[in-house]
Design a protein around this ligand. Structure first.
Ligand code: ADP
Ligand code: MG
Length: 886
């Protein structure tokens, strides 16, 4: 927008330039900025801004920075798994087995490497999100308004700020209309502070005082709009001085993480208890010699490593972080990580009609005046009938000259096409704006008064909701009924209907009250705002998935109903209006929200009541919004969704998700992704439970039979952990969604990952593997050394792992898809495991380190076969445990 394109002179009465449209009063943002007078202000040049950025550094607070490699390593070193490995290694050293010790300590390095890699990856995806969701600023450079990242703002920049913005740097208000700011971040005082522009102030005042020109980084513009000259950025700002960072994207503990934490603590305590019993039991059953104690200790450490449930929290962190990253690839930014897990449970999506379900691209379709109805598509051929000229003329006079509002743009475009050239006298470029009567929640109409220049006459043009305009015109009842019926007919076609009126100013000048003007009705206009093409399919997907879609709009009930029907919402004919909603008490509202999907003539303040009513009914609510007044509802919803394209900073900060593309289908895709992430998480958890049963069993069982050798040594457990770790994170995380993921009802917030059903199933699956391994041991031990029979059992165990991995992934999608779906991580893990197993069995050095001996191929085949035989177990278990799906 060029500064020259502003209308109106700055010398007019204050308030003249305040944007009055829906976008101004209740939905501030882009629109408000276009009306502030920017003439004569060019800002820095891009070149100067770039050189200052290079010289003075970016506008950001010194952050805590990356965790150093040392800090990360130290964190890993404190992990119990790591300590176990070191303990086992030391024990081997004491026992005079340096090779075994070296092997375990080598594993320490590998485990540490994997962990660090995973942490880096997790942190990096969170960091990328942090950058994306960091504040944006609107600056004037080379005379042109641009949106830049907050960190690129430099000293001397001219900022354009408006209600709902976070101030990106310290500065002085040079021009402004009714600006006030919430400086509680700096002062702790949440009452907004009034700001007065000053052209020649040079220094900042202290925060907190009224009527200063100073605006401070990190504070919130609560009202008005203005331009600000930046005087301090980054660490030099007041915020930088107190070194307090704004709310950041922090991985806060999610409900799932809390549940997991509880389970992990119980498992860890049980595991450690079992280990103690086992060490003592082993040593005593074998005569209590020093060697028996040492062996017992080793077996105990192996068991402890086998039962340590350290995978669960790791898996969760990785899934949530990578989930946020996956969401960002469909243009959805995660501001609060728990949203990733709540998304899949959503039962109601409350969405704005205009811009989310529709394209927010209005075009004029119908003009009705003096008994004439003209459809615009048919107009191109002939001239516009004289009867509707005044209608279009006054509608344009009631609009901005350089409008942002899509409806007003449609009018101006229609004026250019239909009036200009033929009747240019209808556009009055020479008239100047005298006063404006903005939209207020109680009266959905806008008027503009114009100085015509000749003879000092003032012309007033008004447009707005039909019922509001009819009211302003003081029409007799029958006339009023007839017009509203006509408007209803247009609205029923899904058109947004505006009524237009002309007024005259009384001799005494322009009254302050809108209602004190006298209006004559001119006619009706119908605008089309088409549905987004993806919406009907997305709505149908939601319905199949048991997710209700609720439409919220400030538009008329009939229009809302028609659009709802086009979008495919359930019972589109049942509409509740804002005034009706106000008349209901909370209990009555809770009953109504259950059956109504269309809410019309609603103001943002009422969204909060809607959210609460839905929550009271046990729904899991997602709510969209973009304005300052939407923020409470966004915060209250389980999943607040801000519209990144047109939303304010306040809405973004209150939301858990930010849509970079304001499109309903993105929300549905996010829900689908949320369900997939949750499904995969469950599968991964089941896998972890299943594989630990045989490991624990094989470590424990030999203890009770004094003539059995130890089947699993610490080295084997570490080998298995090396397979399990990447499997349960990377493999499961990468799996695509089940085919029926959007054809089943939401899981509900009460669902638990550690439900009895899945845990039992996983337990049975693991027990089967244990039985297979023990069978192989018992069948194979005749005439074989401990090393040879260990090779057989270990082979069965490793093969059955891959089988369990495959079976867990196949749940819900079938074996074929689990095998064939492109999952590079699975192929990598499978190939790596087979290669490692072959190496352990075949390479002499590794044979010695893993205490195994070569066996003849026939026996080996038998061992592999026993592992593969575990494949159908999950299906058998499903037969035996009907009715519970994982
Ligand atoms: P939505 O929820 O569809 O975005 P809005 O809250 O923007 O609806 O608008 C609600 C109603 O206010 C519109 O149906 C219209 O009657 C009136 N309105 C909105 N913008 C304007 C405007 N610029 N001029 C006149 N009337 C307007
Ligand atoms: Mg609107």
């Amino acid at each position: 927008m060029a500064p020259g394109g502003m209308q109106g002179a700055p010398t007019h009465a204050e308030g003249v330039n305040v944007e009055p449209s829906g976008a101004g009063v209740r939905r501030p943002g882009e629109a408000s900025r276009s009306v502030l007078d920017l003439r004569g202000v060019a800002g820095l040049t891009e070149a100067e801004a770039a050189s200052r950025l290079a010289r003075e550094g970016p506008n950001e607070l010194p952050s805590r920075g990356h965790r150093t490699l040392f800090a990360m390593t130290w964190d890993v070193a404190k992990e119990p798994m790591f300590l176990m490995l070191v303990a086992a290694g030391t024990l081997y050293l004491v026992m005079g087995e340096p090779a075994d010790a070296a092997l375990l300590l080598g594993f320490v390095a590998v485990v540490m490497g994997i962990t660090l890699f995973q942490e880096r990856r997790t942190e990096r995806s969170l960091e990328a999100l942090r950058d994306l969701s960091s504040p944006r600023a609107r600056v004037l450079r080379d005379g042109v308004q641009r949106r830049v990242a907050g960190r690129e703002v430099v000293r001397g920049d001219i900022l354009v700020v408006a209600e709902g913005d976070r101030v990106p740097a310290d500065g002085l208000l040079r021009r402004g209309i009714n600006v006030s700011a919430d400086e509680s971040l700096l002062t702790g005082e949440s009452v907004p502070v009034r700001k007065l522009p000053s052209v020649d102030a040079t220094a900042l005042d202290a925060p907190g005082g009224d009527d200063h020109p100073s605006l401070f980084s990190g504070t919130l513009v609560t009202a008005g709009q203005g331009i600000v000259e930046v005087v301090a950025t980054g660490a030099a700002s007041r915020l930088g001085a107190i070194g307090r960072a704004l709310e950041e994207l922090e991985p806060e503990p999610t409900p799932l993480q809390q549940e997991t934490g509880r389970v992990v603590r119980v498992l860890a305590a049980t595991g450690l208890g079992a280990c103690a019993v086992m060490v003592v039991g082993y040593a005593l059953t074998r005569g209590g010699s020093a060697a028996a104690w040492k062996e017992g200790l080793l077996a105990g450490i192996a068991l402890a490593m086998a039962t340590l449930p350290e995978e669960f929290p790791v898996v969760l962190t990785v899934f949530l972080a990578l989930g946020a990253w996956r969401l960002s690839r469909i243009q959805v930014l995660t501001r609060r990580v728990p949203a990733v897990e709540t998304l899949g449970a959503a039962t109601v999506l409350c969405v704005d009609k205009t811009g989310t379900l529709t394209q927010n691209q209005m075009s004029l379709r119908t003009l009705q005046a003096e008994g004439h109805a003209v459809d615009v598509p048919s107009v191109g051929s002939g001239p516009l009938p004289e009867e509707v000229h005044a209608l279009l003329e006054y509608a344009i006079l009631a609009s901005k000259r350089d409008p942002f509002d899509p409806m007003e743009r449609a009018l101006v475009t229609a004026g250019d096409v239909l009036l200009l050239g033929r009747d240019s006298e209808h556009l009055h470029p020479a008239w100047s704006l005298a006063r404006e009567y903005p939209l207020v929640p109680g009266l959905l109409a806008v008027s503009q008064a114009w100085h015509t220049g000749d003879g000092g006459e003032t012309v007033v043009a008004c447009k707005g909701a039909p019922e509001a305009v009819v009211d302003l015109c003081h029409l007799p009842a029958p006339e009023r009924e007839r017009l509203l019926t006509e408007a209803g007919v247009l609205a029923a076609q899904g058109l947004r209907v505006l009524a237009v009126a002309r007024g005259v100013a009384p001799g005494t000048g322009l009254p302050p009250e809108h209602h004190d003007l006298d209006f004559t009705f001119v006619g009706l206009l119908g605008f089309e705002d088409p549905l987004r093409p993806t919406v009907p399919a997305a709505v149908a997907e939601c319905r199949a998935a048991g997710v209700r879609v609720v439409m919220i709009t400030g538009d008329a009930p009939a229009t809302a109903s028609a659009i709802a029907s086009g979008a495919g919402l359930a019972s589109p004919g049942r509409v509740l209006t804002g005034p009706e909603l106000d008349a209901l008490d909370d209990a009555a509202l809770a009953l109504r929200v259950h059956e109504v999907n269309v809410f019309a003539r609603v103001v943002p303040e009422q969204k909060l009541r809607l959210v609460n009513a839905l929550k009271a009914r046990g729904e899991v609510v997602a709510m969209t919004g973009d304005g300052v007044n939407d923020a409470p509802a966004l915060k209250a919803a389980h999943i607040g969704v801000a519209m990144g394209g047109r939303g304010t900073d306040v809405a973004r900060e209150a939301a858990s998700l930010v849509l970079l593309q304001d499109d309903f289908s993105s929300i549905v895709e996010a829900v689908r992704l949320g369900r997939r992430i949750y499904d995969n998480l469950r599968k991964s958890f089941s896998f972890i439970v299943a594989v630990h049963v045989p490991i624990a069993g094989l470590s424990l069982v030999p203890v009770f039979f004094p003539d059995w050798p130890l089947l699993l040594l610490p080295a084997h457990v570490v080998f298995l952990e090396l397979v399990i770790d990447p499997s349960c994170t990377l493999v499961f995380e990468a799996d695509p969604a089940d085919a029926d993921v959007m054809r089943r009802p939401p899981r509900g917030l009460a669902a638990r990952v550690f439900d009895a059903g899945p845990v039992l199933r996983a337990g049975v699956q693991g027990a089967t593997v244990l039985v297979a391994c023990l069978a192989v041991y018992l069948l194979g031990r005749g005439g074989r050394t401990a090393e040879a029979v260990r090779a057989l059992t270990f082979t069965t165990l490793v093969v059955s792992f891959l089988v369990t991995l495959l079976a867990s992934r196949a749940r819900g999608v079938g074996l074929g898809r689990a095998l064939l779906s492109p999952n590079a991580a699975f192929r990598g893990v499978a190939a790596g495991t087979v290669a490692l197993l072959a190496a352990v069995l075949g390479v002499p050095l590794l044979q010695r380190l893993f205490h195994v001996a070569p066996v003849e191929p026939r026996a080996l085949l038998l061992a592999v076969g026993a592992g593969l035989a575990c494949l159908p177990v999950p299906w058998l278990v499903d037969r035996a445990l009907p009715g519970r799906t994982a």
